[in-house]
Design a protein around this ligand. Structure first.
Ligand SMILES: Cc1ncc(COP(=O)(O)O)c(C=O)c1O
Length: 331
């Protein structure tokens, strides 16, 4: 697969490491657990959105945009990283924030909210949970156009076919690392939210004829809804990249059992997972995505889902700046 014809900015310095989690693997006495450190990607604080933004911002620049508009939850890693990319490229950036949990927006909050202020967003518009985010971003785009600027709208989580291409590239990166290190992985475990990461990985692995099962742990939608979202985006991404291999719907696997009371709301499993990874491995997870996903992986290991001789690769998609907004859980 050749992605070189697609416009791309470069926001990271080489491949992110794959590390063996020796202490956690021993403690759980199950499969060998490896971690792909996408929390170490470039831009402010790293994380999966950096890979998507390399393609999305390149497309914005190709379209002569001078302003990025995007949306997310009130503590959105995607909004933080879009702002960071905008600053690097000297673009304006406007955020539309969805208050998914009523009353959760606090202009004084720390975590990503603090970073929106430090990175100096040109505007923040807070809208109630369930709002039509596309319409809300279009309203902002009209205002921006009225000021003589050229806006470019990046969808929620950067999850369209252009953003998902970042994870097609990541699948290629993982394949090279596995073959360079003669490492055979039996499963990849990833958080799945707006679906771009999961869909990009599946598309990329499919095109390389690598059939490692990819299990998405949902942080928001129930299993069937999320499987449909991922599958649709796999189709759009494959069409966009003009790929030959067709991904079968049965290869889209999502588990919806680790969301707890709702998106961004803490679970006991998440708290245990965040503590275990920091105290056993010195790695920071986040409370909304990777903490719940690691809680899922730990639970699956305890249930005997994997054989002891198998190897599992956990995708660390970043997000640790949000930890500071959940300080009371970890003091
Ligand atoms: C830290 C982190 N991990 C995982 C995800 C989920 O990735 P995706 O939206 O591509 O499904 C997000 C999305 O915002 C995120 O911020």
């Amino acid at each position: 697969m050749n992605l070189t014809s697609i416009p791309r900015r470069n926001y990271s310095n080489g491949p992110t490491p794959i590390e063996y989690l020796e202490n956690l693997s021993k403690l759980l006495n199950g499969p060998d657990i490896y971690i792909k450190r996408d929390d170490q990607l470039g831009l402010a604080g790293g994380g999966n959105k950096t890979r998507k933004l390399e393609f999305l911002v390149a497309d914005a620049l190709k379209n002569n945009a001078d302003t990025l508009i995007t949306c997310g939850a009130v503590q959105s890693n995607h909004c933080r990283l879009t702002l960071s990319a905008a600053k690097k490229e000297q673009l304006d950036c406007h955020l539309v924030l969805e208050e998914r949990v009523a009353g959760s927006y606090n202009p004084q909050a720390t975590g990503n909210n603090l970073l929106y202020n430090l990175l100096d967003a040109d505007s923040k518009t807070v809208v109630p949970g369930g709002s039509d985010m596309v319409k809300e971003m279009e309203k902002v785009a009209k205002q921006v156009e009225a000021e003589g600027k050229k806006p470019y709208i990046i969808p929620m989580g950067g999850s369209n076919e252009i953003g998902a291409t970042g994870y097609v590239a990541c699948a290629e990166e993982i394949n090279s690392q596995l073959s360079e290190n003669s490492l055979d992985i039996d499963y990849i475990i990833t958080p799945t939210g707006s679906a771009g990461t999961h869909a990009g990985l599946l598309t990329g692995m499919g095109e390389s004829n690598n059939s490692i099962p990819i299990v998405g742990i949902s942080v928001n939608n129930e299993k069937h809804v999320q499987e449909e979202n991922v599958y649709k985006l796999v189709g759009k991404t494959s069409d966009y990249l003009k790929l030959r291999n067709k991904i079968d719907k049965s290869s889209v696997k999502v588990l919806g059992d680790y969301i707890g009371p709702g998106y961004s709301l803490p679970t006991d499993g998440m708290i245990e997972a965040v503590k275990l990874l920091s105290q056993r491995e010195g790695i920071l997870l986040d409370p909304v995505y990777t903490g719940k996903t690691m809680a899922g992986l730990i639970d699956l290991i305890r249930q005997g889902y994997f054989k002891k001789e198998e190897k599992v690769l956990f995708l660390h998609t970043g997000g640790s700046p949000a930890l500071y907004n959940y300080a009371s859980l970890f003091q």
